[in-house]
Design a protein around this ligand. Structure first.
Ligand code: NAP
Length: 268
């Protein structure tokens, strides 16, 4: 890959944003042209803590002003679902292809973005999990669910995470639902004596969300059948685990004219 790709990052001071800044500035054919940060309008990225080595990258609080003033091919969006949706729409308005890691978008949001991509004939990649291992975990769980109807998903994240269940858990449940015979799990007369004990439900499958300091992003898919269980687990111990996927997405989105949800749809 030799063509240079100009990138804007929204949320550069966040935990994911900082990793994305490192990844973009250390990738030879990527150029970081600007960042979108709601707190430091008009400054340079090098004025902000931890970015002293990065020169010539302006900071904008208003994404539309940023897109009007700076040339860009791709927006990497790593903020919150509320503002992330507006940032993604703004990028598409300005013919900039979004790569979105922000989680917590609703189904209506995704449908709206898919429509805009269709109208504009532009690529957009949204992935609830950019770790390649997590994508394989979802694929393996989907393969296994053809043979195991009973599935419980346990997702575990750090306690600063805003949305529950995680986007990865929902995506896993969606992928499993595509192959699993519909089934309500557990005893027919099952009753919770403490509300929430059996977790959230997705097509009869149960999803449990654990939040603890010390964790990053982890998920177990437990599949049960008579006399056996199968457990498929993935652990992200560091946010750098997501960056190889973000990099592939930035390169791939440049060649695409459609909306893609899930990294598994762009990996061979
Ligand atoms: P974080 O550390 O809280 O960072 C979020 C950043 O967004 C902060 O710097 C925050 O600034 C900024 N922000 C908030 N409102 C903003 C606005 N209006 N305009 C511009 N920036 C704004 O969170 P994180 O851990 O980096 O995660 C970011 C997102 O990525 C979350 O949705 C998370 O679930 C998701 N995530 C995705 C993956 C994946 O593989 N897809 C992996 C991990 C996390 P302040 O600090 O000033 O509020």
């Amino acid at each position: 890959m030799s063509d240079t790709i100009k990138v804007i990052i929204a949320g550069p001071r966040g935990r994911m944003g900082r990793e994305a800044v490192k990844m973009v500035t250390s990738t030879e054919h990527f150029i970081l042209t600007a960042v979108v940060d709601h707190k430091n309008d008009g400054m340079m990225l090098s004025d902000l803590e931890g970015f002293q080595n990065i020169s010539n990258v302006p900071v904008y609080s208003d994404i539309r002003k940023c897109l009007q003033s700076e040339e860009a091919d791709v927006l990497i969006e790593l903020t919150t679902p509320e503002v992330g949706m507006d940032h993604t729409i703004a990028a598409l308005e300005y013919n900039v292809r979004p790569v979105v890691g922000t989680t917590g978008f609703s189904q209506e949001d995704l449908t709206q973005l898919e429509q805009i991509c269709q109208e504009k004939n532009l690529g957009c990649i949204i992935a609830p999990n950019f770790a390649i291992g997590a994508v394989l975990m979802m694929k393996f769980a989907q393969m296994a669910a053809k043979y195991f109807n009973d599935v419980e998903i346990i997702e575990l994240h750090h306690d600063k995470k805003l949305d529950a269940p995680s986007g990865t858990a929902v995506k896993t449940a969606q992928m499993i639902s595509a192959v699993r015979e519909a089934k309500t799990q557990g005893h027919l007369n099952e009753k919770e004596t403490l509300q929430g004990a059996r977790g959230a439900q997705y097509n009869g499958m149960h999803i449990h969300s654990v939040r603890l300091p010390g964790l990053i992003a982890h998920q177990e898919v437990l599949l049960g059948a008579d006399g056996q269980t199968l457990t498929i687990r993935h652990d992200s111990y560091d946010r750098s685990s997501f960056m190889s996927g973000v990099k592939v997405a930035v390169e791939t989105v440049m060649k695409q004219n459609r909306f893609v949800y899930g990294l598994e749809n762009i990996l061979d």
